[in-house]
Every structure is written in structure tokens, then in C-alpha cells.
Design a protein around this ligand. Structure first.
Ligand code: PLP
Length: 481
């Protein structure tokens, strides 16, 4: 199996596993116990807290361990709305946020009588700051009474209607004069890898008196994140995205943001009263180890992963032709190639005329994702791609590739060849079905992907990239079996 689905989850790094095992063996004591065995484990937990904080650019006391990013988002959003003044119950969420944020926002708005509005994104998937500004400072209707205190600047343009075409009311309804309590915009999108700079979002939110939640789950450990420097009030992260165990994550929140939290789970007062329950010590220590390793490897991994995703793109273009592919996400001006402002490990591509589910079913040995794994499958087009302005057809023809720590160049070559073959097969079956063209005559027993398709001019070897396109790739630190 060639695993190219690291945005869904990552394997546990062997070093992380080694760090965790003592917590399951000799260091099994409860860290809340005052005896020396318990306090030894408590020290390991605090070391993990420090390592997670370092990777997040935060202070150790800002880290609240949770069961994952989903719980962290729920804790933050519910807390903000529970403690918000009656005239500040609006939540603004980016149109491409993960369901962990979207569903938590709607649930909290339902519970506390707030509303949820959607902030549009650009075709690249990046947040539309002008629309965010307009939603933060809506123009009151003429009958609303007092003159406007804040008017959207001229650049707000089409977003002057605070609902905008990309906006939508949540199930909870709030008054027109309702101020914004929370803005939720992710640092990196899980499906496309599109990045948002948290700084301007934080500045706009704070200027309007709102708090800022940034889901850094996919960015954490892959690109530099600094919660304190960028003005993020709440950040959510998860261990299983950075080669740590599943079921462990964190909410990272500075002192004043933490003061807004209301525990979702009540009990023994662990995590300074914010998250009760005996700590998941193997998970937390694994998270700390994963954070430490990610900090040490981030630069090298980013370089290697960018080279690997570019190589994958080049190989696929070589076999299928540039016109058969579309990048979902930031695109380099003029070339149609994947742009630089994305998670280095992520490539989301549309294969024209090839249904992604059908392609996937031809790929038993390559793990990729059609849409977000967290959307529970189904044939629904990805809401993320729709929000970026893709058609439903384009969204259904899109696959996400996400490389990881143990991905090798050989795997990229093999995966590109296999995917190209699958795409050509699906396209040819579709063409046969519609009576457009005859099925391509693939020589029986040919192992060469695309042998019946369109090999690139002057390039006959299916596993070697076109001349001049082979990046120098650092050797992976270690390889999984
Ligand atoms: N946010 C993003 C961007 C994600 O990709 C995910 C997981 O896919 C989550 C949140 C939820 O994380 P967890 O599985 O730790 O709850």
C-alpha cells in the first residue's frame, strides 16, 4: 500500500511509540496522585505540555490537553458563546472550515441563542478578508436608528451585504445589531492545503471586539505556527496529524481567552478545571514526543514534501497532459502549477472527465482521498471545493494527495503511474459508455501505466520524471515497512 493520505491521519512515528510505551508499562501511575510514582508521570506530562507549547509558539500554561482538535474547537466555541454578552452572539466561520468547527459553531449557537455566518473564500481557498471585514462591520439598515459607527471600506465591494452571496444564517437567529463574538478561520485547509495568514484575521477580529479561533490542526508541525505572535486567541491541534497517537489533542489559549472557557466535561478538575478526567498519559506523552520531532524535522520535511508533491504533479502532467488536470488550491500565476502558498505535503487535483470515486476504486494499493475523510464518504461533492467556486462535477472529479514523513520518491513514481493508469481507464470507460470514442487499446499484460494513453513527448519511461524535473530529494529519516 502506498499511503498518500497523511492529512486524514499519520502513522505513529517509531520514536513516538518508544516514548509512549513506558507510560503503558512502568509509568502507569495517575499524574494527579501525590506519591512519587504519580509525580514522575506528572513531570512527563508537563514536559509534553512544554513541547506542544514550543511547537505552537505559546506558553506551557496555555495548553489544555483534550481528546483531539474536535473537542478543542467545541470547548472554545461553546465557552465563548456561553460567556458572551447578550448583544454579541454572532460567530463568523470561514467557508472551508472543518466540520469540527462548523458543527461546533452551529451547536453552540443553537444552545446559546447565537447565529453563524459564513465568510467567503477566494477561488484559491484563501479567506476573503474584505468579506470578513464587511461581516464584522455590517451596514445597518436605513431604519436601524443610530448612524453607522463603522462602515465597510470601499474595497469591501461585493461583500457590502453582510450576508453576501457566500453568507448563510445559522440555525440560531440573532438580532441585526448583534456584534461578533468569535471569528473562526483555519490556518491550513485539510483538503487543499490552502494557507491563511492568521495575522490580518486576528487584527480584523480584535478591531471589532471579537475573539479569534484558528484551527491549526493541519499546519501544526508542518509549517511554523506562533499562536502568541500572530494574535490567535484559541488554536486547536491534534496528535494524530503529526505522527502521534489518535485521541489526543490540545486547545491552546492565552490567559484572557482561557478565562472565557467553560468545561464541557465535569469531574475531578484536571487541566485546571477545564477538562476533567484522568489524563490520557500515553497519548499526551506521545503528543509531546511527536511535537518535539516535528519541530526538529519541520524544515527538512517541508522541503522534501514540496519536492515530492511537485514531482507527483509533474509526473501526472507528463502522462495525462496539463489540460487534463486542474489544481484545487493556490496556483502559480500563468503556469497552472501548484502555487507556493499551500501546505507543502498537499496536492488536490481535478482529473477532468474522471469521477474520483471511480478512480479510487481502481487504486486498491494507493491510499488517497476523494473529499474529506471526515465527511463520512458518500458521493456528495466536497463542500470545501464548492465554496471555492468549483462546480459539483469538478468537485466529484477531485482527489487529494498528502505525502508524509515516510513517503519515498519511489512511492511517488509508482503512485503517479498507478493513478495515471486509473484515470485513463475511467476516462476511457466513460467515453465508451457515452459512445464518444472507442476504448483505448491497452496491450494485454502491459504493466506500463498510460501505455495506451498519452505519453509525454520524448518521455517513454513511466517511472522517471521528465528531464530537468527530478528534484534533489533529501533521504527520509527512516522508512516504515
Ligand atoms: N480540523 C482539521 C483541519 C482537521 O483536518 C481535523 C481532522 O481531520 C480536525 C480538525 C479534527 O481533528 P480530530 O480528529 O483530532 O478531532
Amino acid at each position: 500500500m502506498i499511503y498518500l493520505d497523511h492529512n486524514a491521519t499519520t502513522p505513529v512515528d517509531p520514536e513516538v511509540l518508544n516514548a509512549m510505551l513506558p507510560l503503558l508499562r512502568e509509568h502507569f501511575a495517575n499524574p494527579a496522585s501525590p506519591h512519587s510514582a504519580g509525580q514522575a508521570v506528572a513531570r512527563l506530562v508537563e514536559r509534553a505540555r512544554r513541547d506542544v507549547a514550543i511547537l505552537a509558539g505559546a506558553r506551557p500554561r496555555d495548553v489544555v490537553f483534550t481528546s483531539g482538535a474536535t473537542e478543542a474547537a467545541n470547548l472554545a466555541i461553546a465557552g465563548v458563546l456561553a460567556t458572551a454578552p447578550a448583544n454579541r452572539r454572532r460567530v463568523l466561520v470561514g467557508a472551508t472550515e472543518h466540520p469540527a468547527v462548523l458543527a461546533a459553531a452551529h451547536a453552540a449557537a443553537d444552545l446559546h441563542g447565537g447565529s453563524v455566518q459564513t465568510v467567503r473564500v477566494h477561488p484559491s481557498g484563501a479567506i476573503d478578508l474584505a468579506h470578513l471585514r464587511a461581516l464584522l462591520h455590517p451596514v445597518p439598515p436605513p431604519t436601524a436608528g443610530p448612524p453607522p459607527t463603522a462602515v465597510p471600506p470601499p474595497t469591501a465591494g461585493p461583500a457590502a451585504d453582510p450576508e453576501g452571496s457566500g453568507g448563510s444564517r445559522g440555525r440560531g437567529e440573532a438580532g441585526e445589531a448583534d456584534e461578533v463574538a468569535l471569528v473562526a478561520v483555519m490556518a491550513a485547509n485539510n483538503e487543499t492545503g490552502t494557507l491563511n495568514d492568521p495575522r490580518p484575521v486576528a487584527a480584523l477580529a480584535h478591531e471589532a471586539g471579537a475573539l479569534f479561533l484558528c484551527d491549526v490542526t493541519q499546519a501544526f508541525g508542518r509549517i511554523p505556527v506562533s499562536v502568541t505572535e500572530t494574535g490567535i486567541d484559541f488554536a486547536t491541534a491534534s496528535a494524530h496529524k503529526i505522527y502521534g497517537p489518535k485521541g489526543t489533542g490540545a486547545l491552546i489559549a492565552g490567559r484572557s481567552a482561557r478565562a472565557r472557557l467553560v468545561p464541557l466535561i465535569h469531574g475531578g478538575g484536571q487541566e485546571r478545571g477545564l477538562r476533567a478526567g484522568t489524563l490520557n498519559t500515553p497519548g499526551i506523552v506521545g503528543f509531546g514526543a511527536a511535537a518535539r520531532i516535528a519541530a526538529a524535522m519541520m524544515d527538512d520535511e517541508a522541503t522534501r514534501h514540496r519536492a515530492q508533491t511537485e514531482l507527483l504533479f509533474d509526473l501526472l502532467v507528463g502522462w495525462l497532459g496539463l489540460s487534463a488536470l486542474e489544481v484545487n488550491g493556490p496556483v502559480e500565476d500563468g503556469t497552472g502549477r501548484p502555487g507556493p502558498i499551500r501546505l507543502p505535503n498537499t496536492l488536490n487535483l481535478r482529473f477532468v472527465d474522471a469521477d474520483a470515486d471511480a478512480v479510487q476504486s481502481c487504486l486498491p494499493d494507493v491510499a488517497v482521498s476523494a473529499g474529506s475523510a471526515c465527511h463520512g464518504g458518500g458521493n456528495e461533492p466536497s463542500p470545501v471545493l464548492l465554496a471555492m467556486g468549483r462546480s459539483a462535477t469538478a468537485a466529484r472529479e477531485s482527489l487529494r494527495f498528502s505525502v508524509g514523513r515516510f513517503t519515498t520518491v519511489d512511492q511517488i513514481h509508482a503512485a503517479a503511474a498507478t493513478v495515471a493508469r486509473a484515470v485513463l481507464r475511467v476516462q476511457s470507460l466513460r467515453a465508451v459508455g457515452s459512445g464518444e470514442v472507442p476504448q483505448p487499446a491497452e496491450p494485454a499484460g502491459s504493466e506500463r501505466p498510460g501505455a495506451s494513453g498519452r505519453p509525454p513527448a520524448g518521455w517513454s519511461d513511466p517511472v522517471t520524471p521528465p528531464p530537468g524535473r527530478t528534484p534533489e530529494l533529501p533521504v527520509p529519516r527512516s522508512a516504515l515497512p
